[in-house]
Ligand binder design. Structure first.
Ligand code: PLP
Length: 415
């Protein structure tokens, strides 16, 4: 892990931030909640909850359809949300932002539409060992349907991609690379810029699964030069059921719609249908309007804190927790990459992760246990699963102290 950077502690006003999240003041099993399961889903600030409430209370209407005031106003609100995401990711054009149900939905969209146009028998698709199932299964299905071949980038024991092996996998049959920006199980931040530039040297497009990156890091899709990038609203302090697919205009224009129906067309007749331009071509049916508004509010919220401050603060939490955890006997951390986001996965010798998670829950501490939807990765480490702690900017050093004490107790009880 990279050394701790100099921290300006004034950049995160932790009390003020925590006061924005109502759930953080509740008790679980009689104890103050310590929420360390941010990788699964993040909590929502009052601002996001209020935005959704306001939409349903005072603004509810359908978009892109009505001439009446409510419909026109909310169409503007919805398109403003798109523009906010465009700005946040530094996409070149708002039409490159597609609203989806989440990361899984976005990857399925690309896998399905891209493969219809560009994948044939014998072609190759590259993923890595550390991918979430959501970035494996859609490609596996494409391979089955098209008789294509899935190739897998290996990792080293620290949980870093082996780039030499990646470079060896690239060839004229490779049609797309789908890779996580940050591993949800290990926290590894992958060198995606390098991965993309090696792929582009052979004109191969790259999809980046940014589900675990957007909540923690500044992402600039033009700087990365990725072809597709996706993330989920609920992991960036926004609502569930909404997510984003960024796609370069040149690709989105070339691939067919994923789902079709209302909203995706210019004209329909029984003889011929002409589809709408992007982004509407990919947004069939009434979308999650409240979700887009809530997501844009969540993005505003994190920008107000500042992503540099968030990244730095979370890194400090990670270093602090790692040092404490390393001192516990029998604890082994999986994922010791040089570049890591705020995720700590570990196992305790002779104790099942599930048992640790259950006892910590009795203490009000929410952690994740299991394979974290990365079965090939946990199989690589030959473990049944891990205990995963994943941080957000509202977590504190004191919470880490309580967690470490709780874990010590759990280990004594279970040994
Ligand atoms: N990719 C990664 C790296 C994830 O961590 C997750 C969720 O944990 C997903 C994809 C799937 O996200 P969602 O369930 O929001 O579609």
């Amino acid at each position: 892990m990279t050394a701790l950077k100099a921290i300006d502690k004034t950049t995160i006003n932790i009390e003020k931030i925590r006061a924005d999240f109502p759930i953080l003041s509740r008790k679980v099993n009689g104890k103050p909640l310590i929420y360390f399961d941010n990788g699964a889903t993040a909590q929502k600030p009052q601002q996001v909850i209020d935005r959704i409430d306001h939409y349903y209370s005072y603004e509810n209407a359908n978009i892109h359809r009505g001439v009446h005031t409510l419909s026109r106003d909310i169409t503007i609100g919805y398109e403003n949300a798109r523009a906010a995401i465009q700005k946040h990711l530094n996409a070149a054009n708002p039409c490159e932002i597609i609203f989806t149900k989440g990361t899984t939905d976005a990857i399925n969209l690309v896998a399905s539409s891209f493969s219809k146009r560009f994948i044939s028998k014998g072609d190759e698709i590259i993923v890595s060992v550390m991918e979430h199932h959501s970035n494996i299964l859609p490609w596996q299905q494409v391979c089955e349907e098209k008789e294509a071949v899935l190739k897998v980038i290996p990792i080293n024991d620290a949980g870093e991609l082996v780039l030499d092996e990646y470079n060896k996998l690239l060839n004229e049959k490779t049609k797309i690379i789908a890779i996580a920006h940050v591993s949800n199980t290990l926290g590894t931040i992958n060198p995606i810029k390098e991965i993309i530039s090696a792929a582009h040297a052979r004109n191969i497009p790259v999809l980046v699964d940014g589900a675990q990156a957007v909540p923690h890091l500044k992402v600039d899709v033009q700087e990365l030069d990725c072809d597709f990038y996706c993330f989920s609203g609920h992991k960036v302090f926004g609502p569930t059921g909404i997510g984003v697919l960024y796609g370069k205009e040149k690709w989105l224009n070339q691939i067919p719609p994923y789902q079709v129906g209302g909203g995706t067309i210019k004209t329909v007749s029984f003889e011929k249908t002409e589809y709408a331009d992007i982004p509407l071509k990919f947004e069939a049916g009434t979308p999650d309007i409240a979700g887009t508004l809530g997501l844009a509010t969540a993005i505003d919220y994190i920008n107000e804190i500042g992503l540099d401050a968030i990244t730095t603060y979370e890194h400090e939490l990670l270093v602090y927790a790692t040092e404490k955890l390393q001192k516990l006997q029998g604890v082994k951390i999986l994922g010791t990459a040089k570049e890591k986001a705020g995720v700590l996965s570990f196992i305790v010798e002779g104790i099942h992760p599930f048992d640790i998670g259950t006892i910590l829950d009795q203490m009000g501490i929410a952690v994740r246990t299991g394979h974290h939807c990365t079965q090939p990765l946990v199989a690589y480490y030959r473990v049944p699963g891990t205990v995963r702690v994943s941080f957000a900017f509202y977590n504190t050093f004191e919470e880490i102290n309580v967690f470490i004490k709780g874990l010590e107790k759990a280990i004594i009880m279970l040994k």
